[in-house]
Design a protein around this ligand. Structure first.
Ligand code: R5P
Length: 282
């Protein structure tokens, strides 16, 4: 199999290729004078290929479509989208809106597609057959266990992220819980871990995406008020938009633990072994 590194995922693609014991194919990317993207794979397109490219930005998405087309001569085209953008617009919230993830997924034509912790697993239906969503949370859990924190507890900011806390904890013996809102009256709401007391414990807030950091900053403040010691954040996708990093550290976050689905960020946990295993099983 050949590993084709998209412009947004070069580092991860190199790590995946290394795991597979091969060298990544070289690709030329540049822009025409009018701003359009030019893409050329500098390798023979034959056998099976695996294109690694996240779709964080619109140009990233265009590059992915170009690479898929450039691989038309391959026997099998496999696509790995480490961070699948537009996945949070997974329904029509207001009339006139698109289901953006559906529009994006339908445009991706490949023999197999792999995503990593897509925002909602139900969105996988839009890719058609041959699409698999991989779960990087156990890798985050192993890294967290290696930190030797003080009586750690994993806290999901809502029940939607509870599966991440549960699968990160796995059989490592780490407690996990999620934040629940209790409405006491029309305008009084308290937020607290559903079952566990975080007092005098190190806490890791775990979520799929950190974008603006707002969700985690709010959760961190609450957990500190409830007596948590050090508060870390773990995320599969460290989008870290705008001044999210400053916002998190100002909210008292001790450190950011993230995977490398997004190149050039704070990813200290590589998903390369997970992806290489999935590609190797094709
Ligand atoms: C929301 O449903 C997601 O799971 C994340 O909680 C959210 O995307 C985080 O966004 P932000 O960092 O902007 O609060």
């Amino acid at each position: 199999m050949k590993v084709i590194a998209g412009p947004a995922s070069q580092l991860l693609a190199c790590r995946i290729a290394r795991e597979m014991g091969i060298a990544p194919s070289l690709v030329e990317f540049r822009r025409f004078p009018d701003g359009e993207a030019y893409t050329r794979i500098l390798d023979d397109i034959e056998g099976s290929v695996a294109i690694i490219q996240n779709t964080l930005t619109d140009p990233d998405f265009v590059a992915l479509l170009q690479l898929i087309d450039a691989c038309s001569g391959a026997e099998k085209v496999n696509v790995v989208i480490p961070y699948m953008g537009y996945a949070r617009q997974d329904r029509q919230f207001k009339s006139g809106e698109p289901v953006s993830i559906r529009a994006m997924a339908r445009a991706i034509s490949a023999d197999s597609v792999f995503t990593i912790n897509i925002h909602d697993e139900d969105s996988m239906q839009y890719f058609g057959t041959g699409a698999t969503n991989l779960n990087a949370a156990p890798l985050l859990g192993q890294y967290i266990a290696s930190l030797k924190l003080s009586d750690p507890v994993l806290i999901a900011p809502d029940d939607g992220a509870l599966y991440l806390a549960k699968s990160a904890a796995g059989d490592l013996g780490i407690d996990f819980d999620y934040l629940e809102k209790t409405r006491h009256s029309g305008d009084t709401v308290t937020v607290h871990p559903r079952e566990l007391d975080v007092g005098d414990r190190d806490v890791v807030i775990i979520d799929d995406i950190i974008s603006t950091g707002g969700t985690v900053a709010e959760a961190a403040a609450l957990l500190k008020q409830q007596g948590a010691l050090d508060v870390y954040v773990a995320a599969v996708h460290a989008v870290l938009a705008g001044n999210a990093v400053l916002r998190l550290f100002s909210a008292g976050i001790r450190d950011i633990i993230a995977t490398d689905t997004i190149d050039g960020g704070s990813g200290c946990v590589s998903i390369a072994p997970l992806v290489a295993r999935a590609l190797g099983s094709l």
